[in-house]
Design a protein around this ligand. Structure first.
Ligand code: 2BA
Length: 108
């Protein structure tokens, strides 16, 4: 069994979870915040059997969209200098995934 931690964009999360559920994957959604943009994203936890891994990844890929996002970020505070917000455009990935082998899985 594997535990997949998937960080996805807020706008993709509801549809992605619905499709995963339709395919009998169980998902826990955690509200999270990107450290760089400081805007909301979603972290999904999913415990999946090894034989279902490829199908799971395909579904995530098909239902996550890379987007260009324009945001205003606050630059680092330099004493004595004005803090002027800086507009930036970054490409935010459809999904960032971490995959771990599960040593044990129990449900009581
Ligand atoms: P954020 O940290 O808010 O980053 C949003 C996007 O900003 C990133 O998209 C990337 O394009 C850009 N970015 C991030 N850090 C940067 C930096 N130091 N300098 C310049 N540009 C930077 P993604 O890479 O697709 O990441 C989307 C979200 O996934 C991230 O939101 C973060 O919440 C998470 N994430 C990505 N890689 C991660 C990692 N290695 N560990 C933990 N979380 C990660």
């Amino acid at each position: 069994m594997k535990l997949v931690i998937a960080i996805v964009q807020d706008v993709d999360s509801d549809n992605l979870i619905s499709v995963l559920n339709q395919h009998k994957f169980r998902v826990t959604k955690i509200s999270s915040t990107g450290g760089f943009l400081k805007s909301g994203n979603c972290t999904l936890l999913s415990g999946i059997e090894d034989e279902d891994y490829d199908r799971f990844m395909e579904i995530v890929e098909e239902n996550s969209t890379t987007r260009e996002v324009r945001r205003t970020i606050q630059p680092i505070n330099i004493p004595g200098q004005a803090m002027i917000p800086v507009p930036i455009t970054v490409k935010v990935g459809g999904a960032t995934l971490f995959v771990m082998n599960v040593v044990d899985y129990k449900k009581y």
